[in-house]
Design a protein around this ligand. Sequence first.
Ligand SMILES: [Zn+2]
Ligand SMILES: [Zn+2]
Length: 253
Amino acid sequence: MKIQMLPSAAGGGLHQFLTTFLVNDRVAIDAGCLGFHGDPKDQVRVRHVFLTHSHADHVCSLPLFVNHVTDCGAPPVTLYGSAPTLESVRNDIFNGRTWPTLDRFSCDGVPLVRLEVLTAGRSVTVDGLSVTAVPVDHVIGTLGYIVDDSRSAVAISSDSRATEEIWREASRLPHLKAAFIGVAFPNARSELAEIAGHMTPAAFEREVAKLPPHVRIVAIHMKPIYHQQIEDELRGMGLRNVVAGVAGHDYVF
Ligand SMILES: [Zn+2]
Ligand SMILES: [Zn+2]
């Protein structure tokens, strides 16, 4: 399984200002920077987008992406997420003001965009991948995802406080290879992290301990102004199976 942590800064750079993970070139988790990815042919291959939640850093290029890849005669693009997330996509993005109401357009009876609500624990199979939605602790309706191609499984939880269910479910899979875990604030900002629904390296370390020791951990979504500090704190913990995620890097499991 190939997972690209898409770059999100003009001209590259290691920071993950915006969040998109592209699996096997075809399935996206979040659309923070999906609409800026590659050239239009790369984007057109993506027909399934799983949203963790509706914060701007996770959806800001969604309207552009949908505009780039939908056409009469093309299969619809399906956007998956919890009911609150898709309600926000409909009311705050495709509302006729921020962007046209593309989710209500159709061509010869075929919609350009489909919105599909995911409930906790539900799995859908697309492009050879089973994707399971698991609630995490951020804003209401935030989901993490377990992506499984039957040889490798990877858990992705971007924005969350400490959580249990996704690590419990992922740990049940004997072929769990990796987990992407968000760590947004340095340890000195633990109070702010809790208010904002994020984690510090100290909280991150406790999440890592909930997973089997062979699982590779990628630390993601560090706030750019704290990036170096967070990396230093993670390195100081000496966790052998943890690497700091690099925007623009391809991970193969
Ligand atoms: Zn968020
Ligand atoms: Zn975020």
